[in-house]
Write a new protein. Structure first.
Lengths: 335, 286
């Protein structure tokens, strides 16, 4: 089981000063995937990339240019993407397969289960355009069930980094760690809160803000909203929130989750996903079995997305800073 | 192309007969499983393990081995029986088929038995994985080949045709697909359930080289594989026409034997018939 660093000071996280709006840059998390893949591919020629007609928007385009002999384009065929990668992996390659999360693993779930997981092949899924923050494309292209369908598969690693810099690190780390894996990232630009010096280890949750009032356990681009909510709650309500960047949904850092619940006595989970069977549900499973505390779930509540501006959609579906603050107040009231 | 001696042909036929007997014994012991497909592919699997494949039963994961994938995992008994006959594991282990703790799962799992190459059962996925392996061999400039055995009915799966298109795109002449063309599936004739013909033309239109042969004639099949191996610049397919249940008269051509095993009396009858056939093979040669 991964060690917990929940009680560490946040200085060790080397974050950008996220309280200073001027210091925050916004970069899409998919850019981090593109950069990480190039680095991984240059380091190891067995790292190959296969894309299903979305090289530019998944940011596999850079890898295609940097490592052309390691790149394959197979067209609009997501089931093929997975099964072919399983074959490549069975022969020693480390395939990264890129599409939108809605199509892979959305369309290819059975191939993921049979040819990747049960078959124990070292295939890495890059699920781009996850969440309602995809924006104008609408519900058909907004994967908000993908964490659920991936975390339920035995042995599958599931990683949802908080920003572009962390997505790069996660891409490199997953390339070097054996096993079937799902890396989830988003389309729209989002605040970069980590730096090159911020540590990253698969399976180790990170305390981005110390506190003892309520533990906000978040993943993906909403970690920034969680940090903003914590800052505002400290000023407005005097509530001192801990913020945990829970980037690895599977294997989840159970000691970190339990420690956060013990310290704060109440938890709010935050994810750009259905609240059913996602990251927050896993947190609830862990706490129900080990240290039950009140939990409030921020995420999409049994709805589909729709077209709109990313920020507008995040607000509409109840994942904005104000919604997180409300959830924290509800959690406090239940303590 | 080297022609096979009469003695070699007899030897292969004897092995195929043993493979069929192994299938019957394994299915009887298991009490469930598929009969028709495994029996009709006994000649193909015998040809593969005893003549075609570059393999070593004592070093099953030899890096430069040819890869034989079974896409239609439900006919696993023929693969298991042929592997046992070839010396990958003791024949007694065939009696563990489908039982708790066995390496011979009802549908094959790569991680449980060396050289199975894939985990299969859900149909239409084998060729896609074979494409990945053949592409890996090309990337690494290796000369091992990939053979994928498929059922005819799994050609109803969309993924199979995604794989067909991809294999042609990457000029995978190190990949040969073998189709068990027995015209049966669970709900009846393939041509009633969802017509596949003209099957060869479908492959031709996907830029594959197409061969057809009698899949229950070992010599004809081996000669066809030799032709497929000689194809350059594109993948090849062998449509092996087979008789479902081949070798056991009361099963032959009857689709109801697709998914059930023989009972004790039926197994005895099948083994009597196969033993009589074995006598004929040996007498004919003598």
């Amino acid at each position: 089981m991964a060690s917990s660093n929940v009680m560490d000071g946040v200085e060790s996280m080397h974050l950008v000063d996220y309280t200073d709006a001027g210091a925050i840059k916004e970069v899409p998390t998919r850019n981090g995937f593109g950069e990480g893949l190039i680095e991984a591919g240059k380091k190891d020629a067995n790292v190959v990339g296969i894309c299903a007609d979305l090289a530019e928007s998944t940011r596999m385009e850079g890898f295609k240019k940097a490592c052309p002999a390691q790149y394959m384009e197979i067209g609009v065929a997501e089931q093929m993407l997975v099964a072919m990668a399983a074959g490549l992996a069975a022969a020693g390659k480390i395939p990264w397969i890129a599409s939108y999360a809605m199509f892979n693993p959305g369309r290819s779930w059975e191939q993921v289960r049979t040819t990747m997981a049960l078959n124990e092949t070292n295939v890495k899924i890059a699920g781009a355009h996850a969440g309602v923050s995809v924006g104008p494309d609408g519900a058909t292209h907004q994967a908000i069930e993908d964490i659920a369908i991936m975390r339920v598969i035995p042995h599958m690693m599931v990683v949802v980094p908080c920003d572009s810099a962390q997505t790069k690190k996660a891409t490199i780390a997953l390339s070097e760690k054996w096993g079937p894996a799902y890396l989830r990232f988003a389309r729209d630009k989002s605040p970069v809160v980590t730096t090159a010096d911020t540590p990253f280890e698969i399976g180790t949750a990170q305390t981005f803000r110390e506190g003892s009032g309520v533990a906000i356990v978040a993943c993906g681009i909403l970690v920034y909203n969680a940090l903003s909510a914590a800052q505002e709650l400290a000023k407005e309500d005097g509530i001192d929130c801990m913020v945990v960047n829970n980037h690895t949904i599977k294997p989840m850092d159970e000691p970190a989750v339990i420690a956060a619940a013990k310290r704060c006595g109440a938890v709010v989970t935050v994810e750009e996903h259905q609240v059913h069977a996602g990251m927050g549900s896993r947190v609830a499973e862990i706490l129900a079995a080990n240290h039950p505390v009140p939990i409030e779930f921020v995420g999409v509540h049994d709805q589909f997305g729709q077209s709109g501006d990313p920020h507008e959609l995040i607000e509409f579906y109840g994942m904005g800073t104000d919604a997180i603050k409300d959830a924290v107040r509800r959690a406090i009231a239940r303590k | 192309m080297q022609s096979l001696s009469a003695a070699r042909v007899t030897e292969l036929k004897e092995h195929a007969n043993s493979v069929r007997q192994g299938i019957i014994r394994a299915l009887l012991a298991a009490g469930s499983g598929h009969s028709a497909g495994p029996l009709d592919m006994a000649d193909v699997f015998t040809a593969m393990y005893f003549h075609v494949l570059r393999n070593d039963p004592k070093n099953p994961m030899w890096e430069d081995r040819d890869r034989l994938l079974l896409s239609c995992g439900h006919i696993a008994p023929v693969r298991y029986s042929a592997m046992a006959e070839a010396g990958y594991f003791p024949k007694e282990e065939l009696l563990t088929l489908r039982k708790f703790g066995t390496r011979l799962q009802g549908h094959p799992e790569r991680i449980r038995l060396p050289a199975l190459e894939t985990t299969s059962g859900p149909l239409g996925e084998g060729l896609a994985q074979g494409v990945g392996m053949a592409q890996a061999a090309k990337l690494d400039k290796k000369d091992w080949r990939v053979y994928v055995v498929t059922s005819d009915a799994e050609h109803q799966c969309g993924l199979h045709w995604e794989a067909t298109m991809t294999a042609a795109k990457f000029d995978l002449d190190n990949l040969t697909c073998i189709v068990d063309r027995n015209f049966i599936q669970i709900d009846g004739s393939t041509e009633d359930v969802m017509p596949l013909e003209p099957l060869g033309d479908k492959y031709r239109s996907f830029n594959w080289e197409v061969f057809e042969c009698d899949g229950n004639d070992i010599v004809a099949f081996i000669e066809t594989v030799d032709k497929a191996k000689a194809v350059k610049g594109k993948p090849s397919v062998i449509i092996a026409n087979t008789i479902p249940g081949c070798g056991v008269a009361f099963m032959e051509g009857d689709y109801t034997w697709h998914g059930k095993p023989p009972n004790k009396d039926q197994a005895d009858e099948a083994l009597r018939e196969l033993n009589a056939e074995r006598e004929r093979i040996l007498a004919h040669h003598g």
